[in-house]
Write a new protein. Structure first.
Length: 342
């Protein structure tokens, strides 16, 4: 993939951010950002092996993002603000007509109708108010899953932290360094290393049973980027990170939040378009069988003083820039539909 093909994405970032951030985004592109921080899939339509292509990744310029590599795992007594608890059961029924009802789903569908009509891509969206459990979903059908691409890196780190908790230990220095680069700059080599530490797909699947993810399956043959997931499951994962009712202890949640709050400039697109972002992780993946793009974004945004957990999954965009635009429009629509805005 030529670096010149990412000019539209850089232009998108430039419009949203100051020139300093736009230059940082361009620097990431020129150093091979798309090839190294996404997940390059060489799978053919017949199911041939998918090959991730990790490579060198330039560290963002000083001042463009928090130096998360220096973060240490806080003690169990550390305190951190968090939204009130919402059960995983509430997540599973949200938007189904059981609770909180169909109205937010219908509002979201109306808002997304022109967006979906203008793209060949498919879309799945979920949003949750963690304070009162109100939620809206779109494109969430039983048995329909999406490639995670790099959003699975949040799940990988959650599985690692659960493993460390079980072993009554903190993360090693190497694990912390890998976690920081995996989340902040979406480094694939770091994800490869931690994928092995957690036991690859079986380890991720075991952790997800504890985290309340019921429709997510780890990628086979070591290919974490081809993990299959749903927007509802991504809300459950976000709730485990940003809520209190979680198998992750307080120290682990605070650590993961810190990393997700320090995403490198140039990668701070996606659900952050819906409002100021507290935590974020994006994923992007070009399928070689079709040339089309999977573009995903998950995170917590704060709108009018209220937290919103947002997950947007997409596949089939003709370019990464188109996929980013689609995800951002969907995130805005989700938050507006939940809040009943015209």
């Amino acid at each position: 993939m030529s670096r010149h093909s990412f000019a539209p994405l850089v232009a998108t970032v430039a419009r949203r951010h100051s020139s300093r951030y736009a230059l940082a985004a361009l620097a990431l592109v020129m150093t091979g950002w798309a090839a190294t921080s996404g997940f390059a899939d060489a799978a053919r339509a017949d199911g041939a092996r998918a090959v991730p292509r990790p490579g060198p990744m330039a560290e963002p310029a000083p001042g463009t993002a928090r130096a998360a590599a220096s973060l240490t795992l806080p003690s169990a007594s550390a305190t951190a603000a968090h939204p009130p608890a919402v059960s995983v059961a509430a997540l599973r029924t949200a938007g189904t007509g059981v609770a909180p009802g169909a109205a937010p789903d219908q509002a979201l569908a109306r808002r997304l109708a022109p967006v979906v009509a203008a793209t060949p891509a498919s879309l799945s969206v979920a949003v949750l108010d963690p304070a009162d459990g109100r939620a809206a979903r779109y494109g969430v059908q039983a048995g329909t899953t999406y490639d995670t691409a790099s959003i699975v890196k949040v799940d990988i780190l959650a599985a690692l932290l659960l493993k460390a908790q079980d072993q009554h230990r903190g993360l090693t220095e190497q694990e912390k360094a890998s976690a920081a680069s995996m989340i902040r700059i979406s480094d694939n080599a770091s994800a490869d290393a931690l994928w092995r530490v957690i036991g690859q797909a079986p380890g991720l699947n075991a952790a997800n049973r504890r985290l309340g993810l019921t429709g997510t399956t780890g990628g086979g043959d070591g290919h974490w980027g081809l993990t299959q997931t749903t927007a509802t499951d991504q809300l459950a994962l976000l709730r485990a990170v940003f809520g209190a009712d979680s198998p992750l202890d307080q120290a682990s949640r605070a650590y993961l939040r810190g990393l997700m709050g320090g995403i490198a400039a140039g990668q701070d697109w996606g659900v952050s378009a819906a409002g100021p972002v507290t935590g974020l992780k994006n994923g992007w993946l070009q399928r070689t069988a079709t040339g089309r793009w999977d573009v995903n974004s998950i995170g917590l945004v704060r709108v009018d003083g209220h937290d919103r957990l947002v997950a947007v999954l997409s596949r089939g965009s003709v370019s990464m820039a188109d996929g980013v635009q689609l995800v951002e429009k969907a995130a805005k629509a989700a938050v507006q539909a939940l809040d009943g805005k015209a």
